[in-house]
Design a protein around this ligand. Structure first.
Ligand code: HEC
Ligand code: HEC
Ligand code: HEC
Ligand code: HEC
Length: 432
């Protein structure tokens, strides 16, 4: 065996060269900019910045599509963004909401950028309207809630709060500045989730793509003299759980002038109806999947912020998951027609109940206990009917549940009517 002998000077040279390379490489790496994913933010946004235009500098596609919510005024069979007067379309609502501001003005909802203008021009406003009514209308809210606390905000009158509020719905209602993650911005939502033992900070991204809408698209009420914004979710989000909650705290919005029943106006329980076991919810589909589908603009792919009826561009809204878009949109039509017919029948039944209770109330001899039972049934029926009527999808978000609730509403209304008639009969036998 021959041994190869390397002179010591050569070994020293190799070591020096290698060490130099390592040092050079380390210096090179240290001088590189920190690795970033995607495009680094151009401008730093202040926490809870209310002005969406400022965020738009960094995210022009999301901003420009948000701007479209001002002009996307297309009408669909039961939705869309035209300022339709619901009271003219369905005059039965005037009797159902008698004695309450909704009998004076009730309009179809439209795009997010209209929120401020629409709340300020509704005929439902008066001197007593609480500031709480601004809670779902403005990107100034997260900052105001952080500064003054929600209790102080809610204790103010609408007119007192108006000068503080300049922006319609915007980025700060849904995103944390700079990280852009989706967040719960409404303290009432955080509290309602906590009451159910849930912490939104542990939710997955897909869950947040629905929960972020629950900042506003929910049923709520104004608790106590301070008008503290509260979601009635302690026992869950089904209509039965919500009714139980309201019965326990003995809450009502107003007394119906004809039946004397203590009623509750439902707000817009889109999140509750959807998440109470709908097919899509159970399959893990989120609000944003249908209402904010991914869009392409050249090489950029982003969530459209032109939030609107998915029926306006069903190819984008449904086509990501369904191959037969024509079939599923036809299903929406069938479902909505069926829910609408069932809903109108429930309204007729409730109006019959109101008239029977009114008549019985006017008879001096009517059985008061039965009459009270009839009023309680009117409350239960109207609460259920309005849960579906006030919800924005004409039942599509959860068709089976919508039909179940309306069927129960009609049943309770007919029972109320029967009790009212019985109260007169019983009253007259008692007199004889
Ligand atoms: C599977 C798709 C889908 C999902 C998921 C979904 N929606 Fe909808 N949504 C619809 C359809 C379809 C309509 C009916 C639109 C119409 O009638 O023009 C609708 C209607 C609405 C409307 C009324 C729109 C209008 O034009 O007046 C609102 C508000 C709404 N949804 C909010 C939500 C919220 C909040 C969630 C989540 C809690 C949600 N949606 C989940 C499909 C969906
Ligand atoms: C800060 C409160 C707020 C949040 C958060 C919010 N919305 Fe809305 N949304 C509103 C209000 C208020 C309106 C009605 C505006 C009007 O009619 O002036 C509305 C209207 C809509 C409409 C009807 C648009 C139309 O053209 O008729 C849809 C659809 C909708 N929202 C879906 C969503 C979805 C989906 C989410 C979650 C990704 C969401 N919203 C989050 C408050 C909110
Ligand atoms: C009504 C709630 C809402 C508002 C208002 C809103 N966003 Fe979003 N945004 C979302 C949702 C939901 C997503 C989807 C997030 C996900 O998939 O994780 C999203 C995603 C994004 C993303 C991630 C990339 C993408 O497109 O999916 C950016 C960036 C963004 N929004 C910027 C903005 C900016 C800027 C504004 C204001 C001009 C804004 N958003 C207003 C709900 C909102
Ligand atoms: C993110 C995916 C996704 C999107 C977007 C989506 N769907 Fe679906 N859809 C599903 C899944 C998953 C099911 C359940 C399929 C099953 O169980 O066979 C379903 C079921 C349905 C059904 C049958 C419901 C039932 O009870 O059997 C209809 C109708 C439907 N979708 C309509 C629509 C319409 C209309 C849109 C657009 C507005 C839409 N979907 C958007 C995923 C989606």
């Amino acid at each position: 065996m021959r041994k190869i002998s390397i002179p010591p000077i050569a070994i020293t040279l190799i070591i020096v060269v290698l060490a130099g390379l390592v040092v050079g490489l380390l210096l090179f790496i240290n001088n590189q900019p920190a690795p970033t994913r995607g495009v680094p933010p151009l401008a730093v946004i202040e926490a809870m910045e209310p002005v969406s235009e400022k965020w738009g500098v960094n995210f022009p596609n999301q901003y420009s599509t948000l701007l479209r919510t001002k002009t996307n005024n297309v009408r669909t069979a039961f939705g869309g963004s035209e300022k339709v007067d619901k009271l003219a379309v369905d005059p039965m609502l005037v009797e159902l909401f008698a004695g309450y501001p909704f009998s004076k003005g009730y309009e179809e909802d439209r795009g997010h950028l209209w929120s401020l203008e629409d709340v300020r021009t509704t005929p439902r406003l008066n001197d007593k309207t609480p500031g709480t009514c601004y809670s779902c209308k403005s990107s100034d809210n997260p900052r105001l809630w952080a500064e003054m606390g929600m209790a102080a905000y809610d204790a103010m009158k609408f007119t007192e709060l108006s000068p503080e509020i300049e922006q319609p719905i915007g980025c700060a209602n849904c995103h944390e500045a700079n990280t852009m993650r989706l967040i719960v911005t409404n303290p009432a939502l955080e509290e309602a989730l906590a009451a159910q033992g849930k912490d939104w900070k542990t939710f997955t991204r897909q869950e947040m793509r629905s929960v972020v809408c629950a900042n506003c698209h929910v049923e709520y009420y104004f608790k106590g003299d301070g008008k503290y914004l509260t979601f009635p979710w302690e026992g869950g989000v089904t209509i039965e759980a919500i009714e139980k909650y309201y019965d326990q705290v003995a809450f009502s919005d107003w007394e119906h002038p004809e039946s004397g029943a203590k009623l509750i106006k439902m707000q817009h329980p889109d999140y509750e109806l959807f998440s109470a076991g709908s097919t899509h919810y159970n399959a893990g589909v989120a609000c944003a999947d249908c209402h904010m589908p991914y869009t392409r603009d050249g090489a950029a792919k982003f969530s459209t912020h032109d939030v609107k009826s998915p029926l306006i561009e069903p190819g984008k809204s449904c086509g990501t998951c369904h191959t037969d878009v024509a079939y599923v949109t036809e299903r929406v039509n069938t479902i909505q027609q069926q829910v609408n017919t069932t809903m109108l029948n429930a309204e007729k039944a409730i109006i019959d109940a109101i008239q029977a209770i009114k008549l019985a109330g006017e008879q001096p001899g009517s059985d008061q206990a039965l009459l009270e039972e009839a009023r309680a049934l009117h409350r239960s029926a109207q609460l259920r009917w309005d849960f579906i009527a006030a919800e924005n999808s004409m039942g599509f978000h959860n068709p089976e549940e919508a039909l179940r609730i309306l069927a129960t509403a009609t049943d309770f209304a007919r029972q109320a009517q029967t009790k009212a008639i019985q109260s007169m009969a019983l009253g007259s036998t008692a007199k004889n």
